[in-house]
Each structure stands twice: as C-alpha cells, then as structure tokens.
Design a protein around this ligand. Structure first.
Ligand SMILES: *Cc1c(COP(=O)(O)O)cnc(C)c1O
Length: 368
C-alpha cells in the first residue's frame, strides 16, 4: 500500500458524529455535518448518515454533486455564498444555500424558476469575525428584498465565527441573532426554521448554553473528524481525537552537519531561515512535502521533531530514535494539515474500520 497516506478510522468518526448529534439534540440543536474536508466522499457521507445526519453541508458544489451522484438523498446545503456563475448548478444540486448578496439570490431565483424548483435561502449575518454576512442592522431590509423573489424561500438566518479572526461565539452574539429571528418573524409574519449559530467553534457554547436562544442548528466539520474545538484546540469530552492520522515513509537517514555550506540565498519558497550550528545530527528525510500537506499542522510523535520541508521532502530529527529507510512515521494532524492532505491527489486515503454493511473488507484505498 502506498505512502504518504491519510488513515481514516471510520468507526471513530461515526462515534464522534453520533455523540455530537445526540448531545446537541438535548439542547434542541441539530448538527449538520460539513463534508468539505473529505471532499464529499461517499464512504464518509454514508457513515455520517448512519450516525444520524439529517442534512449535509459543504462549501463546494463539486462535493455536493459527488454526494448526489452517489445516491445521498437527504437535503444538502451549500455553505459558501454561491458564485453568480454557478447559480444553475446550485439550484440543481442543493436544497439550501447560505447567502449574503442580493444579486446572487436574484440569480438563484432566475435559475430556480427555469428549473421549476424551489431554493431555500439562509441569510448570513455578520457578527464580528468579518467574513461573510449582512450587517445586523441591514438584515430586515435585506429580507424585504428577498421575499418577493419567485421560487426562493427564506429558510432562516445564520452566522459564522472563529474562522478569520478567531472571534468566539458568546451569549451576546447569539442573543442578537435570536432577536433578529424574532423581529423578522413578527415584521413579515413568517416562520424561520433554520437558525444556524456557527461551526465547531460553537459547540462548547451550545453545550453550556443554559439560556434559551433561538439557535437550533450548528454546521460541524472539524469536531467530528478531529474531536477538537478549533479555537481552543481542546479535545471535546467523549470524542476520539485520533480518528485521522498521516503516515509517511523514510527515504534517507544519515548523520549530517546542521550547518549548510556555500553561499546562501533564499530557498525555493522565498525563505531564508536563521541556522544555528549544532554540530552533526541524525537527519532523516520522509517522502512527504508541501505538495502533500500543510507542514505546520503536523504533530509528530514524541521524540521526533520536524525541522524543515520542501515540496516533496520533510526533514525530521529524532535524537533518541534510529529511524531507518523504509520505516513509516505517523503524525497526528491539526485542521490545516488535515484539510491539505485530504485535498492532495498525491496522498492516499485509507478507510479503516468501515461498518461491514458498506464493504466486505476492513479497509479500502481510494485516491480521493
Ligand atoms: C467550513 C465551514 C464550517 C465548518 O467548520 P468546522 O470548524 O470544520 O466545524 C461551517 N460553516 C461554514 C460557513 C464553513 O465554511
């Protein structure tokens, strides 16, 4: 079996999803699994379905199309505001999309009318992380423009936090979102059924939330796969944090000086790092590079440290372990490394511990 590879433990992912879905259901909050990190892979989608998912969310239309084509029939929500140029595909493959531009919704309306379908809209509200969303004081007016559009239904409102600036969800922000729901419902005499309060970074807020708010949905990716709350990088109680690992193979192991010789310029990536002469060390090269993974998101095993990387080579040092050519080293992954390695065509994806109903063998290898 070839390397580098991402090892995906299907059992652990399913456990994580099931537990989050159950625990948040006790707070009347539905969990919509976000499949973008696994590119809408049908194996993952099916095991999340079995864990109790009632809807899938993805940021890319290609991934949603992939799920539709593999027979996933529960509703799908596009969680990046659609490109004007993709309106036709969005209404064809998605039941709902998150939106923040009236121009886009007008185009979706046109496309939905042509296709004779109804498309659901969740209006995103800006609550301080400064990514997508309508400013809170503009939301009611925005809705007023959306309401008359044919073949468009406003399903709810939502927000996204923690992704750009790491702004955390709190009672005040969630209260503001809830008040906007109340206001919209009373002004327009409608009922909003999706109040989507955020992503994995909102889980702890939601679990501790004793106060009553209108939030009834979270869109959750990272926590299902990595078992962590992103901003805090803290494990969530009861979840596996080792469902995903990455293994790479040693291709060179030699004792070498630590100090380069010859005239030094910048490296292939425009960098020139300061180097301290530490004498000779055991230097090991793994067949893994920046084309495969975001190196800063790799968490090496105890006793091994990552010292440098290029497109195809990862240089590590392990003072007390003698790594040999052919040996495999397995890393834990932070979100950045997980995202990049799952998206890289050069990294094999190995699905272990699959529920027997899907595959007769215990693992299978798929290129993406
Ligand atoms: C990626 C994404 C999510 C999921 O975020 P996680 O931190 O992986 O839970 C939710 N909402 C939007 C809009 C996203 O782009």
């Amino acid at each position: 079996m070839s390397y580098p590879r991402v090892n995906i433990d299907c059992y652990k992912i399913q456990h994580n999803a099931r537990l989050l879905i159950r625990q948040l259901a006790k707070k009347n909050i539905s969990v919509t699994p976000v499949t973008k990190v696994c590119l809408g892979h049908p194996i993952i989608a099916k095991l999340l379905l079995d864990a109790g998912a009632k809807m899938f969310a993805d940021s890319r239309i290609e991934n949603i199309k992939r799920m539709v084509e593999s027979g996933i029939s529960i509703p799908k929500i596009l969680i990046r505001t659609p490109m004007l140029s993709q309106a036709d595909e969005v209404v064809k493959y998605c039941d709902i999309s998150l939106n923040s531009e009236i121009k886009v919704i007008e185009r979706l309306s046109l496309a939905a009318t042509q296709l004779n379908v109804n498309h659901g809209i969740v209006i995103m509200v800006e609550l301080g992380d400064l990514r997508e969303g309508v400013m809170p004081d503009r939301v009611i007016n925005f809705m007023r423009k959306v309401l008359p559009l044919p073949n468009i239904t406003i399903r709810g409102i939502g927000t996204n936090l923690a992704c750009r600036y790491g702004v955390a969800p709190d009672d005040q922000k969630m209260k503001l979102l809830s008040e906007l729901v109340d206001e919209a419902e009373s002004v327009f005499g409608l009922k909003l059924d999706v109040i989507s309060g955020g992503n994995s970074a909102s889980i702890n807020w939601a679990l501790d939330n004793i106060e009553k708010t209108r939030i009834n949905n979270l869109r959750v990716g990272e926590a299902i796969f990595l078992g962590c709350v992103p901003a805090e990088q803290a494990p969530i109680e009861g979840l596996y944090t080792d469902a995903i690992t990455l293994s790479a193979e040693v291709i060179e192991a030699k004792v070498k000086p630590t100090f380069p010789w010859g005239e030094r310029g910048i490296n292939a990536f425009g960098e020139k790092e300061y180097v301290k002469d530490r004498g000779a060390v055991a230097q090991t090269i793994l067949a893994l590079g920046r084309q495969d993974v975001c190196v800063t998101g790799l968490k090496p095993p105890d006793g091994i440290s990552v010292v440098s990387s290029c497109s195809d080579h990862l240089i590590v040092e392990a003072p007390n372990a003698s790594l040999m050519v052919g040996e495999k080293v397995t890393f834990a992954l932070e979100y950045s490394a997980f995202l990049a390695s799952m998206s890289a065509a050069s990294v094999n994806k190995v699905f272990n511990n699959q529920p027997v109903v899907y595959e007769s063998s215990m693992s299978c290898i798929c290129s993406n």
